[in-house]
Design a protein around this ligand. Structure first.
Ligand code: NAP
Ligand code: MG
Length: 401
């Protein structure tokens, strides 16, 4: 069988632990037998990030700006334990944080809906897509440990030599901590546009929420910018499409989401999106069934699974024990990237292959062949638990049919 040709390479960002094992299996069994795969390869595994002083992460993001579409494996964000485990030169930053800061943009996470894997929340009959603002706030903050009595202030010094602005954060009479965060009007506007466009593309309502009653300047700015972008650029198209933009307070949004039937985009500030996407994805069944795509307003796409490196399974794998790690979200990262590449290059065969890969994956699970995490939650009458490799091979078999 002739392999499907690719015009432009994907940026391939390899990663760590169990997902690195899965990564190779997916390429070997599901992609390379069918596609003349072209990638520009960047090894974001922790050892290579350390060896290159994290330059490889920056290079991979720059390559994404050049080529447009990237697919990324889950990576370790080092903490103190990892610094010791890998003998790291320093506690490198989160690669995802670095890539998001370079590409700017919004992360959309949507559950992969499969018959027999039912959400824990009874009312959720449709997927909830989470749009996470991927710039600034606590992820790009400045922090201070305050050793003792003293004063912390925020100071703005205008570049044009205008009047300085100064506000008191706190007058300390003992030890404590302080934090400074920022965001940019341009980035918030990009977030609003990406979210509203995605809602329009997918014909779904969009919700946005902040804590503007408490954060009267910072969060309020987000609320105002969203409203402005909506009124000026989207209102008419939304009315024509019969969809709605809905703003509320973040705590009210959380309460309403739990009672909703789903089927909308939930746009969240960076931290809310980080936390709420983990809640939404696990409530939809499994973290391993959540896809993630970073959409940059400049026209770059980076696809990945929402889960991490599945460390516990990797340690079992290293001991020679059998694992049953779910590869679905990583498969969908590849299919998402290949589909987008095909759309941009005008290669319909590649788009069709991406669709077929997703259908084969879903059909495998619906036929009762699945990994252990899904066996534990499925309503399928006779599920069969496959190990990590067997599941990928079961998908490959369907794909070859
Ligand atoms: P995790 O890798 O998402 O795994 C947490 C737990 O969720 C696993 O132990 C497993 O539960 C279950 N799980 C997640 N994905 C699964 C899959 N594909 N198949 C089956 N079960 C799955 O999160 P973590 O253990 O907190 O983090 C591990 C490493 O990943 C950390 O170093 C972290 O920095 C990194 N991380 C990276 C990304 C990213 O690159 N996007 C995101 C998050 C975390 P059981 O053990 O109960 O089976
Ligand atoms: Mg998170």
């Amino acid at each position: 069988m002739a392999k499907i040709e690719m015009k432009t390479p994907l940026v391939e960002m390899d990663g760590d632990e169990m997902t690195r094992i899965i990564w190779k299996m997916i390429k070997d069994e599901l992609i390379c037998p069918f596609v003349g795969l072209k990638t520009e390869y960047y090894d974001l595994g922790l050892e290579n990030r350390d060896a290159t002083d994290d330059q490889v992460t920056i290079d991979s993001a720059e390559a994404t700006k050049r080529l447009g579409v990237a697919v990324k494996c889950a990576t370790i964000t080092p903490n103190a334990a990892r610094v010791e485990e890998y003998g790291l030169k320093q506690m490198w930053k989160s690669p995802n944080g670095t890539i998001r800061a370079i590409l700017d943009g919004t992360v959309f996470r949507a559950p992969i809906v499969v018959a027999g894997i039912d959400p824990y929340v009874r009312t959720w009959t449709k997927p909830i897509t989470l749009a996470r603002h991927a710039y600034g706030d606590v992820y790009k903050n400045a922090e201070l440990r305050i050793p003792g009595a003293g004063k912390v202030e925020l100071v703005y010094t205008p570049a044009d030599g205008g009047n300085e602005q100064r506000v008191l954060v706190h007058e300390y009479d003992g030890a404590g901590v302080a934090q400074g965060m920022h965001n940019l009007d341009a980035s918030i506007e990009g977030f609003a546009r990406a979210s509203l466009s995605y809602a329009l593309d997918t014909r779904q309502d969009i919700w946005f929420a902040t804590k503007d009653t408490i954060s009267k300047t910072y969060d309020h700015r987000f609320k105002d910018i969203f409203q402005e972008v909506y009124e000026n650029e989207y209102k008419a198209a939304f009315e024509e499409a019969g969809i709605e933009y809905f703003y509320t307070l973040i705590d009210d949004a959380v309460a309403r989401v739990m009672r909703s039937e789903g089927g909308f985009i939930w746009a969240c500030k960076n931290y809310d999106g980080d936390v709420m996407s983990d809640m939404v994805s696990s409530a939809f069944g499994s973290l391993a069934m959540m896809t993630s795509v970073l959409v940059s307003p400049h026209g770059y796409w980076e696809y990945e699974a929402a889960h991490g490196t599945v460390q516990r399974h990797y340690y079992k794998h290293l001991k020679g024990q059998e694992t049953s790690t779910n590869s679905v979200a990583t498969i969908f990262a590849w299919s998402g990237a290949l589909r987008k590449r095909g759309e941009l290059d005008g290669t319909p065969d590649l788009v069709a292959f991406a669709n077929k890969l997703e259908q084969a994956t879903v059909a495998t699970i619906e036929a009762g062949e699945m990994t252990g995490d899904l066996v534990a939650i499925t309503s399928h009458p006779a599920p069969k638990k496959l190990n990590t490799q067997e599941f990928i091979q079961a998908v490959a078999k369907r794909l070859a049919e």
